[in-house]
Write a protein that binds this ligand. Structure first.
Ligand code: HEM
Length: 466
């Protein structure tokens, strides 16, 4: 630390035994959410695994999170910081989007991008979302068992490609998806983080090469769109200009195009929503009644979505219990304080909407799935933050909510997707929070019933299943 900070010692475990911090780091990597919940239970709203000199700090609840997000110059966002990459590499360009920018560059990019993500602009994609959803659901056959998590990922991938890049031909979608999958498969391997060596056979080299291919593909799309703008987000980003008439450069467009490709979080959220509906027949049947009364078996028109209050509450409640972005990071840019505690420059600060959303002081009966709580609940934006908070809060929020509402209302009017009895549901962070072994469901025609599947796994401890 540059300047001495005299502050109380931050709560945390004793650091006596050899390797205690390393063992705790391994526990955290194995199941971050269980680790955070345990830290909160034992030490409260702020803690560290190294109390003598905090290097990793865990922050939960509205009070500290308000301070964390309210001081963006001090607590900076720097996604992918742990992945060391050559500054001129394709990987560096792909990841240099909003989630890595701070201060004026962040403000400039965000201002340029905002119009493309505004709810009015997003509403223009309504028809495309309905079309692609109906096409994908046409594969479903009553009586069959399907992995609905995979179906939703595929649907969201297609919707993402269509709305972001105006890609709909199967081969284009598959090609870009293949490139993204290859990149993620190697970039998320622990060896890539631990041994960032550009040598033959290393996962680090594979990551750099995969990034080059994806970078080339995105540049190709951007060049085509410059010549032939379409009704898609990237065309709007290409056309955006600031007060000085300047737009985003090609490198910046590549970074922001990649950053905005978040459709897997919607698939994750819809999967958890279907799981909660399976487990709560009364809510499910009420929702069915609401959809029938307003939509009469048709896909929703834009105006219909405001007349579906229960659908809105079900989604809010599902995002509360299973926020796809279940944890996040900030870094201390300078020696500073959080509450009365001293935070040295360079400290990594973890926050977790998943843990915060389960605090009884923020939500009554926090482990119950109760959409009706949203008739009155008005938690502040630091107590309920599935889309984050502060200057980095989700730019795609309106988009995500629109897609979730359209897709759910179409699925639920057509099919009852009953989870297969005995399914084991363990949560896992695979970028988004997902059921580790997926979610198998049996398809039948939509209708009312009171069945719910018997489930096993960590889900039994993370939410009350009636
Ligand atoms: C249910 C779906 C989604 C959830 C739960 C979600 C959640 C989040 C969260 C928590 C953040 C803030 C991260 C942080 O503070 O470190 C974020 C940022 C962001 N999200 Fe989303 N997101 C979703 C869907 C989308 C979609 C569909 C898009 C684009 C179409 C999108 C675009 C972005 C962008 C560009 C940022 C960066 C904003 C900035 O740094 O200024 N998100 N999202």
């Amino acid at each position: 630390m540059g300047t001495a900070i005299s502050t109380p010692r931050m709560p945390g475990p004793p650091q006596l035994p050899l390797l205690s911090w390393q063992l705790r780091a391994l526990r955290m990597l194995a199941d971050p959410l269980a680790f955070f919940a345990a830290m909160h239970r034992r030490y409260g709203a702020i803690s560290t695994s190294t109390p003598r000199h905090p290097t990793h700090v865990f922050v939960f609840g509205p009070e500290y999170q308000r301070e964390l997000f309210g001081n963006p110059q001090t607590f900076i966002a720097d996604a992918f910081r742990e992945l060391r990459m050559p500054p001129r590499s394709a990987m560096a360009r792909l990841t240099r989007g909003l989630l890595k920018l701070n201060g004026e560059p962040h403000r400039r990019h965000r201002t340029l991008m905002q119009p493309a993500f505004h709810s009015r602009a997003v509403a223009r994609h309504h028809r495309a979302i309905v079309e692609v959803t109906v096409e994908e659901l046409a594969r479903f056959r009553p009586g069959e068992v399907r992995r609905i998590d995979r179906d939703l990922s595929r649907l969201m991938l297609r919707l993402g490609m269509r709305t972001l890049f105006d890609l709909s031909a199967t081969e284009d979608v598959d090609r870009i998806n293949g490139l993204i999958e290859r990149l993620l498969a190697s970039a998320t391997r622990p060896m890539t983080l631990l041994f960032p060596l550009d040598l033959p056979g290393t996962s680090y080299r594979r990551t750099l090469r995969a990034a080059e291919h994806l970078d080339d593909a995105l540049r190709e799309i951007i060049r085509t769109k410059r010549e032939n703008p379409g009704d898609d987000i990237i065309s709007m980003l290409i056309a955006a200009r600031d007060d000085h008439g300047q737009g985003l450069t090609e490198d910046e467009l590549v970074g922001e195009g990649y950053t905005s490709f978040c459709h897997d979080s919607i698939a994750s959220s819809l999967t958890w929503t279907l799981l909660m509906l399976d487990q709560h027949p009364r809510v499910r049947n009420d929702l069915q009644d609401e959809l029938d009364a307003v939509l009469h078996g048709t896909a929703p028109e834009p105006d219909d979505l405001d007349r579906l209050p229960l659908l809105d509450r079900v989604i809010k409640e599902s995002l509360r219990l299973f926020p796809p972005a279940s944890m996040g990071l900030r870094y201390a840019a300078e020696d500073c304080h959080l509450g009365s505690y001293g935070i040295p420059e360079g400290t990594t600060l973890f926050f977790s909407p998943y843990v915060t959303h389960r605090l009884p002081e923020v939500f009554f009966e926090p482990l119950s799935f109760r959409p009706d709580r949203w008739e009155t609940a008005k938690p502040d934006s630091y107590g309920y933050l599935p889309f984050g908070a502060g200057p980095h809060s989700c730019l795609g929020r309106s988009f995500a909510l629109l897609e979730m509402k359209i897709v759910l209302s179409i699925i639920l009017q057509r099919y009852r997707l009953s989870i297969v009895d005995g399914t084991r549901v363990n949560h896992k962070i695979k970028i988004s929070l997902v059921p580790d072994d997926g979610l198998p469901v049996t398809v039948s025609r939509a209708g009312r019933d009171n069945h719910r599947a018997v489930l096993s796994g960590t889900v039994r401890g993370s939410v009350e299943l009636a």
